[in-house]
Design a protein around this ligand. Structure first.
Ligand code: 13P
Ligand code: SF4
Length: 346
């Protein structure tokens, strides 16, 4: 039963003590997040992971790219486990390293040596390594503006991947007009742009988050009509029009802080993952918190990590045969570390 599984998780955690560390992303299910040693958004988790030098086992309650980052930043004696290997990310899957190598070559033909590649941490270790190799860096939604500014100090233009929306929303906030941005289609290997290439500042990889793209202008209109006093806050992985029509936008952490610090009695329609929105609804009882999209689904891959998988992963440590180890090879680790450090040092 669920109670038995919960008790067993507690027992194993007690038994392993500091030999085990379990970070959990805010989008994880309550049945999992209740056991996390630390919770956070992707930037916090990367920092927390890098700081823990004590644990022998890091059981990552999040998705594959986060576990890879944890492995990249961890020491040789630390083993990173992901309780379910199917916990991937559809956005990270939209940027494949072979595609990027090909795209880069093609873009160099037009733009010579004027592009800095910047990748959202929601990408594979190989993509991060590419950015490390080509004088680029990683970023998260919490530090996107400062990382874009950093990149523009290096070169004139940015290839931003894999999320076109985060790239567009952040660049626009920094004052770059839409006409200086274009989408790169990595499948067709074409730039969707008919302006002057000299003017182009942001090259946006054609990727998106399938969870955040589900918040639409219809949802915004409906809230405005039915609840004119409600505040709308969304994640910058949402589409440009939706972000523009909202009252605020920001990373997972900013959303949480804004709602926690909001006046009692205020109403919030939130455009981000469902587990987090539901948690805020339960915790912020003096406010009304709901999803911007009433038919919202959770991030299905994040939700692959559930109590049975977590327990199975923990039991495997005790059996001395840890399952689903995430191991990034040495060269990729070295190059990806360069990209991650450029971010962590900012
Ligand atoms: P943050 O945790 O950086 O807000 O990113 C959201 C997300 O989509 C994680 O997969
Ligand atoms: Fe990937 Fe979106 Fe899920 Fe985050 S919420 S893991 S970006 S699919």
């Amino acid at each position: 039963s669920e109670k038995e599984m919960e008790n067993r998780v507690r027992e194993i955690k007690r038994e392993l003590g500091p030999r085990l560390f379990m970070p959990g992303h805010y989008y994880q299910k309550d049945e999992v997040i209740q056991f996390a040693d630390e919770t956070g958004d992707s930037l916090q988790l990367a920092k927390i992971g890098a700081a823990n030098k004590e644990a022998e086992y890091i059981v990552f309650c999040g998705v594959h790219f986060m576990a890879e980052t944890a492995d990249i930043l961890s020491e040789d004696y630390q083993t990173v486990l992901l309780p379910d290997l199917r916990a991937g990310c559809s956005m990270a899957d939209m940027a494949e390293i072979g595609q990027l190598e090909k795209s880069w070559e093609k873009l160099q033909d037009t733009f010579c040596d004027t592009i800095t590649p910047l990748t959202y941490v929601n990408s594979t270790a190989a993509i991060k390594a590419f950015c490390g190799r080509h004088e680029g860096a990683t970023l998260t939604s919490s530090n996107a503006p400062s990382m874009l500014e950093w990149a523009f100090r290096q070169k004139e233009r940015i290839l931003f991947l894999p999320d076109q929306h985060l790239g567009r929303n952040t660049a626009y906030d920094l004052g770059i007009p839409l006409k200086e941005m274009a989408v790169w289609d990595p499948v067709r290997q074409v730039l969707e742009y008919d302006g002057d290439p000299e003017q182009l500042r942001m090259i946006l990889w054609k990727g998106h988050c399938s969870v955040h793209e589900k918040f639409t202008m219809d949802n915004v209109r409906q809230v405005r009509e039915e609840e004119p006093d409600a505040n709308i806050i969304v994640h910058p992985e949402c589409m440009f029009d939706v972000v523009q029509a909202s009252d605020a936008a920001g990373s997972t952490n900013k959303i949480i802080d804004t709602i926690r610090n909001a006046p009692s009695g205020s109403t919030w329609a939130v455009g981000t993952e469902m587990n987090l929105v539901n948690r805020l609804t339960q915790e912020e009882t003096d406010k009304t918190v709901k999803s911007l999209n009433p038919n919202m689904c959770p991030c299905l891959t994040m939700n692959r990590i559930d109590l049975p998988h977590l327990l199975w992963s923990l039991e495997s440590i005790l059996s001395a045969e840890p399952h689903h180890r995430i191991e990034v090879d040495e060269q990729t680790t070295r190059e990806a570390t360069t990209a991650l450090q450029r971010m962590l040092q900012q």
